[in-house]
Design a protein around this ligand. Sequence first.
Ligand SMILES: [Zn+2]
Length: 137
Amino acid sequence: MVTRRRCGFPRSDGQPCQMPPQHERPYCFAHDPERAAEAAEARRMGGLRRRKEGTIAVAYDLPGLDTADGVRRIFEIVRADLLGQENTIGRARALIAVGVAATNLLKTSDFEERLAALETVVGHHAAQPGDDPLGLP
Ligand SMILES: [Zn+2]
């Protein structure tokens, strides 16, 4: 049986910290009194990073990469920035790469829409024994 070591810091809610301790130390990085300054700096940098990401997301109107619209917005920004550059072979290649990536996004979006439409049609037809496996009448 493997016993997992845990940080020995007593949290304010009385529960033990769930993080593993550092090598040859009783506490995790966040709770080690000897590394308190480093941990505070890491938290400060993390906060700055999140604020910067938020500012950039607002400035560029970025919806995130978890939707086709978010990915499309990135392609639009890259394309606009590239078109503002000097006309070089590198710029042409980068523009083509953006076009290829955008084309793939369009294909994927189209497939997802068509699949959702098919699933809607199939989902309305309750399967019965002996039915066509595609749910066609
Ligand atoms: Zn801890």
